[in-house]
Design a protein around this ligand. Sequence first.
Ligand code: ATR
Length: 286
Amino acid sequence: ESNLEMLKNTGAILLGVIGDPIIHSKSPVMHQAALQHMGIQGSYVPLHVIPQALGDTIQAIRTLGFRGLNVTLPHKVEVMKYLDHLDETASRIGAVNTIVNDDGVLTGYNTDGIGYVRSLKDEAVADLKGKTILVIGAGGASRGIVYALAKEKPERIYIANRTVAKAAQIAEEWQDLADIQGIGMEDINDYIQGVDVLINTTSIGMHPRIDEMSIETACIPAGIVVSDLIYNPLKTRLLLESELKGCTIHGGLGMFINQGAIALEYWTGAQAPVDVMRRAVLKSMA
Ligand code: ATR
């Protein structure tokens, strides 16, 4: 009997997302559509959890028998201390976005980086092997993505950040995985000519400040791949201007969909209906 058949026969499964705030999360609409399409009875609920309530909430997950949770801001780091196990990716990134509950034993995963790379490969660059990648930003989002990119055997990854020390620290931490180098924002011009893929991981350009860009597009070579983690708007100004220059562009929606799809695969053991999930999110944004 497949995992999916077993789940269908077990009765309803409980899933949810914890965050503060949580009201704007698109995860419930995305996962609810997926469960329905897969024929799995269950609910995926948004749970508003303030930092002081995090420990009690995780205990409640065990008590209520939730199969799994997504974890969003500001809990991705703090939640780790309440879990029984961390998978290697979550432990090296130092953040959890997905929890799986196996009969009260909670394991933390991080599907953000893998979700991002899956989406980038599906939509823009089939093979990252040998590519030179420039990542702008060295915050939490950047860490997850750089870790996943480093496993794709790139030629080199540059991390450019306003605070260079943060970029240098990530580079040093993951020396064993790939050739990673931290640089200052003002040094981007010295390196950009050899770059194949440029990725913005900062929130610069996100709604409502849609006129801002983390990098001037004048210095971006025509024809490279330009990717932005932001999905509101679906095309940031960085992507719009890069597209006009003849670059291949890749927005953040695919990362959001794929991090959710991988989480759902961990919870159910079945393949997630990525297109159904994308349509549900797009419909809720329209
Ligand atoms: P996230 O988890 O979304 O990555 P974060 O951890 O707060 O959020 O990181 C934000 C990133 O965007 C950082 O790389 C930050 O640069 P610093 O490390 O120098 O703070 C970058 N960032 C945010 N606002 C910026 C701005 N106005 N100019 C340049 N970089 C900015």
